[in-house]
Design a protein around this ligand. Sequence first.
Ligand code: 4GM
Length: 253
Amino acid sequence: MRFDVISLFPEMFEAITKYGITSRAHARNIYSVNVINPRDFSQDNHKTVDDRPYGGGPGMVMLADPLAKSINLAKQNQLGLGFKPYVIYFSPRGAVLNHQKVMALSQMQGLILLAGRYEGVDERLINALVDEEVSIGDYVLSGGELPSMALIDAVVRQLPEVLGDADSAVEDSFVNGLLDYPHYTRPEILCLDDSEEQKVPEVLLSGNHAKIREWRLKQSLLLTRAKRPDLLAARSLTKEEARLLKEIGAENN
Ligand code: 4GM
C-alpha cells in the first residue's frame, strides 16, 4: 500500500517507519510513505505557506496554492502506480475514525493524507481537492501529522502478513465488536506497593482451552457492557454471547 502525505514536517513520519511493527512492515515493502512538503511549492523567497485569515482573528491559515500543487503531485504519483487517488484531510470536524473505517481503508491501494497545521487550510482547497474529512477524536492537536500516523499505523496493522501469529489482529479490541479481554503474565501472584496480593484468574492456569476461551469472551462482554455500552448496542449478540450475558446476570443476583 502506498501513502502520499502532505506535511510541513516530513521527519515526523520516521516515528512509524523506524519503530516497531510498522518499521518491519516498511522494511518488507508492505507499505511505503512518501512525504511531500508544501514548502517546496511556495512562491516567494521566504517560502511562505500560510497567511492571516480574512475577517481577522487569531492564528494563520495554510495557503491553498502550495497545498494544491502538493496534492496534484501526490495524485500523479498514485495514478502512475495505477491507483485511484483518494484524498483524506484530518480535521476535528471530520467523521471519527473507527475499526470499521480502518478495515475499509486497508482495502485501498493508495491514500493521499493531508496534514494541516495552524488553524487549518483555506476552505476552498478542501472543497476542490479533498474527498473525505477524518478526525481521530474530539480534541485538537497542533497538526494533522499525528492523526496521519495514527491512521497509517491502524491501516498497516490490517494488511496481510504484517502481524505474525504472535501479535495477530484477529483478537484485538473491536474486531468482534467488543473490547479485548484482560491479559496476565508471570508471576502468578503479584503484590505492587501497598496494594493487596493479586492472583492470576485460576481458569487461565487450568490448561482447559475451551473454558479459557469462554472466560475471555465473558470478560469481553462484561468490560464492553461496563465501559462501552454503545459498542454492544451497535451489534446483535451471538447465541453464545446471549447465554454468557444471562449467566453474568444470574451471577450478580
Ligand atoms: C484544525 C483544523 C485533526 C486543526 C484543521 C487535526 C485534531 C485532529 C487542524 C487541522 C488537528 C483530529 C490540525 N487536530 N481530531 N489539528 O483528528 O488540520
